[in-house]
Each structure stands twice: as structure tokens, then as C-alpha cells.
Design a protein around this ligand. Structure first.
Ligand code: ZN
Length: 138
């Protein structure tokens, strides 16, 4: 049995995931359309309507990002650089690819990226607490 390349071994899984994500995104789009129709019929329900629409948008966005990541991974397979970190050009650990076949970053670069983005996200609440005065709500 010939040893398959990294890209060939993960390609089937990525194509499967790609199909699943397409189905999820299309389903959400349909659901969103239905909600818009319902909202125009009954103005009394508008708050419930916009709330569920926000939930749908949240779903759609994270699904869409995963979908894009899968597509990029498939492109990297075609280009022959699948499994190589797009940030530092190091090989991504195979265990990581088994868990996340569409990973574009090695674990080191991923952690770095997550630390950077979580710093940005936590900056605001911390600032807001400092400005409103700590312990005032007790
Ligand atoms: Zn890296």
C-alpha cells in the first residue's frame, strides 16, 4: 500500500466537511428568509424576531468562517502546501490536523493569534469596569 501524502489523506474529510458546511449555511439562509417574512406579518413579535435573527447571524458567521477555512485548506492541498503553517512555514503537527483538518496555523502561531485577539476582546470590559468604578454595584 502506497503511503499517501498528508493532503491526500485529509482531502476526503475536508470535502465532506465542505459539503456539510454548505448545507448548514444554505439551511440558515432559508431560515433567515422565513424569519424576515414572519417579522413583517406581526409587528408585536418584532423583539423576538430580531433576537432570533441575531442568533442566526452569529451562527452564520462562525459557520461561514469555518467554511472559508475548509476551502482554503482544500486550496492548499491543490497547491501542495497543505499542513504547512501559513505564518511561520513550519509543519503543522499531524495530531492537530486530525483534530482540525482545516488548520492553517501551527499550534504556536494559533496560540499567539488567540492571545492577541483575546487581549483585544478583554480590553473593553476591563476599561469599562475601571471607568464605572469597581464594586459600586454591590
Ligand atoms: Zn506557525
Amino acid at each position: 500500500m502506497a503511503k499517501k501524502s498528508l493532503g491526500e489523506r485529509f482531502k476526503t474529510r475536508l470535502i465532506e466537511e465542505h459539503g456539510k458546511m454548505l448545507a448548514v449555511i444554505n439551511r440558515n439562509r432559508v431560515a433567515e428568509g422565513e424569519l424576515e417574512l414572519d417579522g413583517t406579518e406581526d409587528e408585536g413579535d418584532i423583539s423576538t424576531f430580531s433576537h432570533s435573527k441575531e442568533v442566526l447571524h452569529g451562527l452564520l458567521e462562525s459557520d461561514f468562517q469555518k467554511f472559508l477555512a475548509i476551502r482554503e485548506a482544500l486550496q492548499r492541498i491543490e497547491q501542495g502546501d497543505y499542513g504547512i503553517c501559513i505564518e511561520c512555514d513550519e509543519h503543522i503537527h499531524e495530531k492537530r490536523l486530525v483534530a482540525v483538518p482545516w488548520a492553517a496555523l501551527c499550534i504556536g502561531c494559533q496560540e499567539k493569534a488567540e492571545n492577541e485577539s483575546s487581549d483585544h476582546q478583554s480590553a473593553r470590559p476591563v476599561m469599562a469596569t475601571a471607568l464605572s468604578g469597581e464594586g459600586e454595584e454591590e
